[in-house]
Ligand binder design. Structure first.
Ligand code: AOF
Ligand code: ZN
Length: 343
């Protein structure tokens, strides 16, 4: 690893500290180095709050050192007046010597303009240092911008013989303490969790974060004809919940009924979530909604648990073309298999 890469690695690690509180903004970290010594660090802590760069600049003890400093930032410094002043202007004002950037900000209001501003002010700019890592870290942000829909993570658990539940929808077999805890961690990392009608009905999930410390995501359920019972856990109003229907129904605290047109499809739901600035969705089933998303290639990651049991018959697991769990665990970059996980 080069020295630039080492400092950028630190900036990428700092950025992650903002996970869960900056969406729909990106996670951004910043490290300021003077004569091979770190003199300042910062990250974007909260949506609407100061960006990574002002936080890092603020942390520098002797501001005079900034003049000869190199600033490492995981995303191109912004050039626009948003909720805060442009970060590029701040770095120009402080007369820093060099700015090292991991990824360009694809937000159209920035889109290279921050880099141009810095260069025009005579600052040396290096870009693309640990770019791959930076794109991966902010994959939700970049996908949200480029696809105009939330980043979609599919999750299911299947038996050795490829079933997600028995015919009576019983799927209790997968629950072991470790997989449950992992799922709760995953829930806390996304803006929303989506389930279909049958999963809401038969599993009666709470879809909150109990086995991990973190925020509860917004719950999203599709219930076209308002057929779900009102006393399901999902409707307990303990956290924001959106229910998509094709008929009008009244909303109340923490429970919004959103009526889409007759015969709406999943794209309409995703477009509405995009409008609401929901950057990522964790899809917990059932098989029908998972298959729909897979068949339309509307997914970015699939996390699949496999258990040591066989059902022989039941509800078939979603199929990703070309995937055979027997052959290999990783068939696709997007697919992550968690095989027989145990404590
Ligand atoms: C930076 N450093 O730490 C972040 C940036 O609404 P605002 O004013 O907070 O602006 C949000 C946009 O600014 C966001 O969509 C992204 O393009 C950029 N985020 N930029 O220079 C940061 N978080
Ligand atoms: Zn900024």
């Amino acid at each position: 690893m080069s020295q630039d890469e080492q400092y950028m690695r630190r900036a990428l690690d700092l950025a992650v500290l903002g996970q869960g509180s900056v969406s729909p903004n990106p996670m951004v970290g910043c490290v300021i180095v003077h004569q091979d010594k770190v003199i300042g660090e910062g990250y974007h802590k909260v949506y609407g709050g100061p960006h990574a760069e002002p936080n890092a600049v603020e942390s520098v003890g002797d501001p005079l050192l900034l003049k000869n400093a190199t600033v490492y930032v995981t995303l191109e410094p912004c050039s626009h007046w948003g909720k805060t002043p442009p970060c590029a202007d701040l770095l120009i004002d402080k007369k820093v010597k060099r700015v090292v950037i991991a990824a360009v900000d694809t937000n159209p209001v920035v889109g290279g303009k921050g880099i141009k501003k810095l260069q025009e002010a005579g600052i040396e700019v290096v870009q693309g240092v640990l770019e791959k890592e930076a794109l991966e870290e902010n994959r939700r942000f970049f996908t949200f911008l480029s696809q105009k829909r939330p980043y979609i993570i599919l999750k299911w658990a299947q038996t050795q013989d490829g079933f997600v539940a028995r015919e009576n929808f019983d799927s209790k077999w997968i629950s072991n303490p470790y997989s449950r805890q992992l799922v709760h961690k995953w829930r806390s990392e996304e803006d929303a969790i989506l389930v279909g009608t049958l999963t809401a009905k038969f599993d009666n999930p709470k879809l909150n974060v109990r086995e991990w410390v973190g925020k509860d995501p917004t719950r999203i359920v599709i219930d076209r004809n308002l057929s779900l019972e009102k006393d399901l856990n999902l409707f307990d109003r303990s956290q924001p919940t959106i229910c998509y229907n094709q008929v009008q129904s009244s909303s109340g605290p923490n429970l919004e009924h959103c009526a889409l047109q007759e015969g709406f499809d999943i794209e309409d739901v995703l477009a509405d979530l995009h409008r609401r600035n929901i950057q990522s969705v964790f899809v917990e089933g059932g098989a029908r909604i998972l298959n729909t998303l897979i068949s339309k290639n509307l997914w970015d990651e699939a996390r699949v648990f496999t258990g040591p049991v066989s059902f022989g018959t039941g509800i078939k697991a979603p199929l990703i073309e070309g995937l055979s769990f027997q052959e290999s665990d990783i068939m696709d970059d997007r697919l992550r298999i968690y095989r027989n996980i145990k404590l």
